[in-house]
Write a new protein. Structure first.
Length: 328
């Protein structure tokens, strides 16, 4: 998702007098490999060859790690979805690494060119517009190509809109499912929501602001209006807002207010009373039988209940019936 940054203030530039490291293969001219943070310029160490997957801020420029800054500064090039967005980040921290565009429209020729540079021993840093690369962006295709070519992959962890919204929603975080963007057309969206009804955990979705009211209405109708949910907007930015309520109430509120502005992440709690019947569910019976082969009835019921999100008492009752059938 394309995001604008909320900068904490102008960067303070400090000229470094350190001798720049030796050029890597593929570099055509010396360049400054420092970054500026806390008013100080820091010289980077040489970066190991390979593809470095670097998480960047989802809004607030201060949400970046020192390791990420060092990687971006030391890389031979930074591959970005939108070079204009990433240029703001690099300029703020005094980083002059060359920027190359890599986005959903990049074809096999572009990937082959990047892999060739990696084969030559270069260190390339891959970023998305914001957050952790490969989450709802095309970076995974380049990672796959690099892995197939035997090139080292180094993750540099950091901000993620998924985790930021999840921990702020006030809903269970022990088990969650990241859906990303739902289909744009209403029929396909409702069909996909229907498939998500029995996911035994918290749902995390991205949504465009102008589609949020209708998406919430469909979610309330398909998943249940009483499900707890949260709509987070502009996380880590100046106008950050988090609204927590039931799906029905949130749908009604945004239906009246209309589409909000900014980046949206929606968190939806798991069904409190799953409506899938325990008895007669062939797949569930298979899980119970498999568990009974290795565990007692009580332990098998607990394991299957934890795995599926079904009520423990209902699973235990079904496990008793299946155990009796197998003995009879």
């Amino acid at each position: 998702m394309t995001r604008r940054f909320d900068a904490p203030g102008p960067a303070i530039s400090t000229k470094s007098t350190a001798t720049p490291p030796a050029q890597k293969p593929g570099a055509d001219r010396p360049r400054n490999t420092t970054f500026t943070a806390f008013g100080l310029a820091s010289e980077t160490e040489p970066l190991s060859p390979g593809l470095h997957i670097v998480a960047t801020p989802i809004g607030n420029l201060r949400d970046i790690t020192i390791r990420a800054l060092a990687t971006l500064a030391a890389a031979d090039a930074v591959l970005a979805e939108d070079t204009r967005v990433t240029r703001t980040l690099l300029a703020h921290y005094g980083i002059t690494t060359p920027l190359l565009a890599y986005h959903e429209h990049s074809n096999d020729t572009v990937r082959d060119r990047m892999v060739a540079r990696l084969r030559a021993g270069e260190a390339l840093a891959l970023v998305s517009d914001a957050g952790t690369p490969l989450v709802s962006d095309p970076g995974y295709k380049l990672v796959q190509a690099a892995i197939e070519a035997g090139i080292a992959i180094t993750p540099v962890p950091g901000p993620s809109a998924v985790m930021t919204a999840l921990v702020a929603a006030g809903l269970p975080t022990d088990r969650f499912f990241f859906e990303g963007f739902l289909p744009q057309k209403a029929g396909a969206r409702r069909n996909r929501l229907e498939a998500l009804t029995q996911v035994p955990g918290t749902l995390v979705l991205f949504e465009s602001p102008h589609r949020l009211p209708e998406m919430l209405a469909d979610a309330a109708a398909v998943l249940g209006a009483d499900r707890p949910a949260a709509v987070t907007r502009e996380l880590t930015k100046f106008y950050e807002t988090i609204r927590r309520d039931t799906l029905g109430s949130l749908s009604e509120r945004f239906g009246q207010e209309g589409a909000p502005k900014g980046e949206i992440v929606v968190i939806i709690g798991a069904a409190t009373h799953p409506d899938r019947p325990v008895e007669g569910d062939v797949a569930l019976d298979g899980l119970i039988r498999a568990a009974l082969e290795r565990h007692s009835i009580k332990d098998a019921a607990s394991l299957v209940a934890d795995e599926t999100g079904q009520p423990r008492r209902a699973i235990y009752t079904r496990a008793l019936a299946l155990a009796r059938d197998s003995q009879g």
